[in-house]
Ligand binder design. Sequence first.
Ligand code: MEZ
Length: 536
Amino acid sequence: MSYPTHMSKSIQRVEASRATRLHESFPMMLPDEKQSILQEFHPDYRAEGMREIRVGASKGQRMPVELADLMEGASHLTSGLLDLEQIDYDTDVLIIGGGGAGSSAALLARENGARVTIANKLRHGDANTMMAQGGIQAADKASDSPAIHYLDVFGGGHFCNDPDLVEALVKDAPSAIKWLEELGCMFDKEPDGTMTTIHGGGTSRKRMHSARDYSGAEIMRTLRDEVRSYPDEITVLEFSPAIELILDDKGQVAGAILLNIETGEHLVVRAKCTILATGGSGRLHYQGYPTTNHYGATGDGLVLAYRVGAILALLDTMQYHPTGAAYPEQIVGLLVTEKVRGLGAQVCNVDGLQFVHPRETRDVESSAIIRECSERARGVATPSGMTGVWLDSPMIDILHGSGTTEKALPAMVRQFGRFGIDMAKEPILVYPTLHYQNGGLRLRPDGSTDIPNLFAAGEISGGVHGRNRLMGNSLLEITVFGRRAGRAAAQRAREISLGRLTLSHLDSWERELAEVGIDDTVKSPVLLPDYRRQLR
Ligand code: MEZ
């Protein structure tokens, strides 16, 4: 397969404009232009896509309708029916979710003296961390500083970020990179041994560290190997998602009920502290968007935490990555890393013309692409009726030398090569795809939440990124806040004692649902996406 004739004709226009574009920088938008394009075209601003939640500690907050339905769901369990005296696992720190945040937390909790159990929904490492491609930010070069990184994060987040969380993120960043490298993570380096760093959208300095275009897989490989080298202190359970948190009679979180999805058995885990690291919710396919997310990203941790009273932050903001694959059909929605634009590839319409600077922040870049394909009707139609715009990937070799694409983006080259598309020679077609949950559980800088003994780290949390995350700050967030939560949870586990275990919060939850007239509701969390429904 290569491109059909009408797409090839549009590619000829991209090729014809390339020589001029190589010397042309498309102007970045002014603040007012950004605000107006977001309001008109960003999916977060579509009124019918969001609604207020009617129950719980953050009643009245807006979030995508698909998520609100699950947050208002009923438990899979009934409070009195499980024998909570029959403990299957007793641990200091239970970590729910074994992606990058959960694994980092496990390592630091162990280092601080805790016995740790990680409960994975699927296999250890099946997580969005594994899918992350372009890199991880850290201000560790002489031309940069955590203070400049801080300003970039704040600007990118539309100044809605939690200042204390941003401070923790940027200050810990250089040591997080060092830690990962010491554990064995192989970052890209220059011939003189210094780290290779490039720009991402919204960064004022080159601070994106990468491992080719599989940075997340390399980080996950490193963390998982390290966790697995402590089998006596870190117990790893697979195919065992949490379906409810357990409280004790003092109102503290005291572990979780897991469901072994192979046997259907319920497992009672008693834990002095619990860390939620379940990631995001892209597999809920908000507004019918395809997603870059891994199969298990269904927002389950949010549901569990909300039922025990956790407070939410900024869940009305989701990230649509500007460049999801739009052709061929088999890979629609898969990530085309921002590193492609970071290396110089421009975005062009059906006429081969630029219409947006390639490194606007993601929300603005996505909105511009949506506008080009809708209001302006200058997108490229695919045989299956989608539209997209060109990402002029051949510019990379022209700008940096032949072979750069193959060397810097081997996973991308393979992804398109399978379908007869050589992205070093031909542009690739892209359209925004659901990528990241900017908001989540309200968090403190040490990873604790508003509920005693409950911690959180990674994409499940809200506040670090404000209303828009910059590239490379999620791999950083999972490392920084995973480590912080692990350390703080181990410390707290030494200080507390648990009372009698109970699921009585489910009774109050049911009463609250009934009081507002929610009786015919789904059971949640939903553990895996339901592809029997038709996506748009
Ligand atoms: O941080 C991300 O989301 C990231 C690195 C994605 C990418 O474009 O590669």
